[in-house]
Design a protein around this ligand. Structure first.
Ligand code: HEM
Length: 336
């Protein structure tokens, strides 16, 4: 019998292409997971309810306090940049990462601890704190309206957490684009990842001291913006919320428009010269990143697509697997 020639209509071809795309993405994600030594559904046999327990803990904490998702997302960033995503930021002590003043405003520890407490009851000594933090940050984005992402697990908890490792590994708002890029590259993150992950500032808040370097104070205690490119009305709003000598605990929203929603408003703000930190504003003023900012401001879909990829990379930075680390019984302290 002669083989039949298959002829597809344009719409059937479109469907086939769509199906191929759907199949390529998980494959590519799988390659990424394998290269980091992590696995999708790592706890499928040892603790099948692990991810659900983290998600439920995050959901109930965030329902009580809608500022929680932003805290967890930032906590993961600070964990991964120092010693890799190994839960080192969670360790308590006088000389641990947590004790650096740059980490003083971190929050969300109690959510990780609650999830750990629950998991130790149901699956003792099985689920690492590093995984709990990565999963909670992933869920935080979804809870705030961002994309729902599958991430691989199997991270082990580190036993090293030193305050002296914090400053050389975290980004300061005063960094130039080159300085940010150098630090990100040293973690395997690209310029595109920098633009994408900075989109995390679409949620959460900042203390007045975190951006006070954008204003100068005259002898009468009046503040004026140093950078003329900062939108005037926005600058005046910031000055109103954060006058000279303001209480140190006062915070303002990172995204003045939709601070609880994980959306692409952050990029629109950058274009309107309403980036809160100098390190945000530079993403639009630098020719290397401007086009990406414009692309994400035009398309939330593109931002979410790239976020999925960049988040996967961030949450895999320097992970420890196998016997490189341990599974702590408490996230606050290494095992005795
Ligand atoms: C690239 C350079 C970055 C700089 C210079 C930077 C700096 C900061 C600073 C100074 C704050 C305010 C802290 C405070 O005053 O309480 C902040 C908040 C925040 N950052 Fe970043 N960040 C950067 C990138 C990132 C990335 C990559 C993420 C996550 C993927 C992230 C997530 C957050 C979140 C969610 C908040 C709000 C936290 C809260 O509401 O408690 N940041 N960031």
């Amino acid at each position: 019998m002669e083989p039949k020639l298959l002829i597809f209509s344009p719409s059937a071809l479109l469907h086939i292409l769509l199906i191929l795309t759907l199949f390529t993405s998980p494959f590519q994600l799988g390659v990424l997971a394998a290269s980091s030594g992590l696995l999708f559904d790592f706890y499928a046999a040892s603790c099948p309810t692990a991810e659900a327990m983290v998600k439920n803990t995050l959901r109930s904490a965030s329902t009580d306090d809608p500022t929680i998702p932003a805290k967890l997302l930032r906590l993961l960033f600070h964990d991964c940049m120092v010693e890799g995503c190994d839960g080192s930021v969670l360790l308590e002590g006088n000389e641990t990462e947590r004790s650096d003043p740059a980490n003083a405003s971190l929050g969300g520890f109690s959510v990780v601890e609650s999830a750990k407490g629950l998991l130790e009851l149901f699956c003792p000594e099985t689920v690492s704190c590093a995984d709990i933090l990565a999963l909670a940050a992933r869920d935080a984005v979804e809870f705030a309206g961002g994309p729902s992402i599958q991430i691989p697990t199997g991270r082990r908890d580190g036993r090293v957490s030193s305050v002296s490792n914090v400053r050389p590994n975290i980004v300061d708002t005063s960094f130039t684009m080159d300085e940010m890029l150098e630090l990100f590259s040293s973690k395997g993150l690209s310029l595109e990842d920098l633009v994408t992950l900075s989109g995390a500032h679409t949620i959460g808040s900042a203390h007045c001291s975190s951006f006070s370097d954008r204003f100068q104070e005259d002898s009468k205690g009046n503040l004026t913006p140093i950078d003329a490119s900062l939108d005037r009305i926005y600058a005046n709003e910031l000055i109103k919320q954060c006058p000279a000598g303001v209480d140190k605990s006062i915070t303002v929203n990172n995204d003045p428009e939709t601070s609880l929603l994980f959306d692409n408003q952050y990029y629109r703000n950058l274009i309107s010269h309403k980036g809160l930190f100098q390190s945000d504003s530079v993403l639009f003023s630098d020719g290397r990143t401007k086009a990406k900012v414009e692309e994400f401001s035009d398309s939330q879909y593109m931002f979410f697509e790239k976020w999925t990829e960049s988040f996967l990379k961030l949450s895999s930075v320097g992970v420890k697997t196998g016997d490189e680390g341990e599974v702590r019984t408490s996230c606050r302290a290494i095992n005795g």
